[in-house]
Each structure stands twice: as C-alpha cells, then as structure tokens.
Design a binder for this molecule. Structure first.
Ligand SMILES: O[C@H]1[C@H](O)[C@@H](O)[C@H](O)[C@@H](O)[C@H]1O
Ligand SMILES: [Fe+2]
Ligand SMILES: [Fe+2]
Length: 313
C-alpha cells in the first residue's frame, strides 16, 4: 500500500512553503519505495489471466507423445552420467565458443527444432517472443521479460560442444544421486551405468540433506549453460538466474521431488521458477508474434541487462 499523507499548503509564507515542498519530496520518495516494493513482489502473484485461460491438460502429455520424444528421453536418460557431466563442465569452462550479441544469438538459434518437446514445433525465436510477450501483457517486470526472452538461448550449445540434442534440451534432473520416479519416463534409466553405482544410486548420493540446490549437479544442457553465461555477463537479479537455471527441472518445481536438498534461499527461488513456468509452457499455443515489430522493444530490453552488448558464449 502506498503511504497517504494530508499536506496542508494553506500557509503561503515562504518558510512554510519550503517545509511543505520538503514534505512533498519525502512523501514522493516513500511512495516510490512502496511502489518499487510492490512491483518486486507483484511478479509472484498468480494474477495471470493468461495462465487461467489455458487448458492445461493439453500440455506435457508424455504418455501420448510421438516416438521422436520417447527416443530422445531414452538416449538422454542413458547418457547423462556423473562422468559425462564432469567432462561437459570442464569443457564449458575451458574456452569461449563464440562472441555474439544476444539478438544475434537468438537469430542463430532459430534453425534448431527441439526433439524433446511434445508441445510446440514453432521456431525458437517464436517461442522466445511468445514467452516474453505473455509476461509483458501481464505487466511482469522488465528483468522477468528479459529472462523470458532469453531462457532457452542456452540451446546454442547444440552448435558448439554438444554430442547431440540429449545434452542440450529436455527436462533436467540431478546426477550423482538416485533418479526419482517423478522424472518423465523413469523406467528409461535402466541402461545408465550410474544406476549400478553404490553411491550414485542412493537417495542423497554424493550430496547431503539441505546442502542447497546450488551444490547439485543438474543434467548438463541449455539451462545450466545459459545460467553460467548470464550470471557472469548480465545484470539480471538472482530470481531471473534461477528461472533460467531451473526452468526445465520439472521433477523439482512441478512434481515436488528432491525438495530435501533445498536450503532457505531455494524456497524463494522456487517461487520465482513457479512464477516463470506458465509463461514458458502455456504461451506455446499463442499466436505468432511479429519479429520485425517487436525487435526494437526487445533490443532495448536486452541492452538494459547486457550493457556490454557482445557476449562470450
Ligand atoms: O522439451 C522441453 C524443451 O526442451 C524446453 O526448452 C525445456 O525447458 C523443457 O523442460 C523441455 O521439456
Ligand atoms: Fe527450456
Ligand atoms: Fe522454453
């Protein structure tokens, strides 16, 4: 609530007026602060008319998905091991793959068609704009719109170090501890060598209860890659970074698995990820936005959070 104040300006003597203008300034500052605070919390409100309008039973129907999706997950669940994840992280930190502006990266990504996604076949630019535009229509803050626009840009990895799509797209899950039944197609881990490992196959594995999600090695892919790029090179707040890092971690944010690893901060971050999710998922049925019309708005938005413009990928 913005503070209210009754200011009596009836005394027109010079000194009193100074005093009045000081008070007005003070009230305006307070109002500004109240507004900022409200805006900051507002983004969490489940106010979204957008979300309410969607028929949620039409999304993420993996049992009815085509073979392309099922085969994708069989391969991913077999190959995402601790050993692979250590190698992928080492490779990531060992070099810069490319130097591009965020908009150039969006354009480069456009040729990728995500094999893991049962819900959309539109191009990546369309999905980026659909997500961001849905947030913008709902009055979400600019940092969140920016996160919406770029959240899948980590899929660029496909053009650099990836071994296929299995280490780029799809839902994520922790490696180094037991694979939870809440992961889609849980039966498809049977050929992953980590299921026979005496440590990796236990509930906590190489981690401990309450250690914090930051310590958990999530299957390598577009979320983790972009998180590191954005953390090092953007001015995005922690909430936006969490949206990027965990947006594909459905077993956690939607199904409630792995909650025993969370620390206090993770509870706040989970709220952010849950606020983000409907815009990512349910905007997939939206109309096609016009890239040319929207480009100027999003270029300005990108510049606000990536002021150095050219990004090391
Ligand atoms: O198929 C989709 C797609 O790859 C998304 O980008 C990812 O965030 C989702 O978690 C996944 O289910
Ligand atoms: Fe994604
Ligand atoms: Fe997405």
């Amino acid at each position: 609530m913005a503070p209210t104040a009754v200011i009596d300006t009836s005394d027109h003597s010079g000194h009193a007026l100074d005093h009045v203008s000081d008070m007005v300034d003070e009230v305006n500052i307070l109002k500004g602060q109240a507004k900022k605070g409200a805006a900051a919390a507002d983004y969490l409100e489940e106010n979204s008319k957008f979300d309410a309008e969607k028929d949620k039973t039409k999304f993420r129907q993996y049992m009815d998905a085509c073979d392309r999706v099922k085969n994708f997950y069989k391969e991913q669940h077999t190959k995402q091991t601790v050993a692979y994840n250590l190698r992928a992280r080492h490779l990531f930190h060992s070099k810069t793959r490319d130097e591009l502006t965020v908009w150039e990266a969006i354009e480069k990504l456009n040729s990728l068609v995500d094999e893991s996604d049962p819900d959309t076949e539109v191009t990546q630019i369309m999905h980026a704009l659909q997500t961001a535009e849905a947030m913008r229509r709902d009055g979400k803050p600019r940092w969140m719109q920016c996160a919406g626009l770029i959240h899948d840009l980590g899929k660029l990895l496909y053009f650099y170090d990836a071994e296929g799509q299995w280490d780029v797209v799809g839902d994520t899950f922790p490696v180094g501890c037991a694979f939870d039944e809440k992961i889609i197609y849980p039966g498809s881990f049977c050929d992953n060598p980590d299921v026979d490992d005496p440590v990796y196959s236990t509930k906590y594995g190489i981690y401990s209860q309450g250690c914090g999600m930051d310590k958990i090695m999530l299957s390598w892919g577009h979320d983790e890659y972009l998180y590191h790029v954005a953390k090092a090179q953007s001015k995005l707040p922690d909430e936006a970074l969490a949206m990027i890092r965990y947006h594909s971690f459905y077993p956690w944010h939607r199904e409630g698995a792995y909650r025993f690893f969370m620390n206090e901060k993770d509870h706040e971050m989970l709220k952010a990820v849950n606020a983000f999710n409907p815009y990512d998922l349910y905007s997939k049925s939206d109309d096609m936005p016009s890239v040319e019309e929207l480009k100027p708005y999003y270029i300005e938005l990108i510049d606000e959070f990536f002021p150095q413009k050219v990004i090391k990928w």
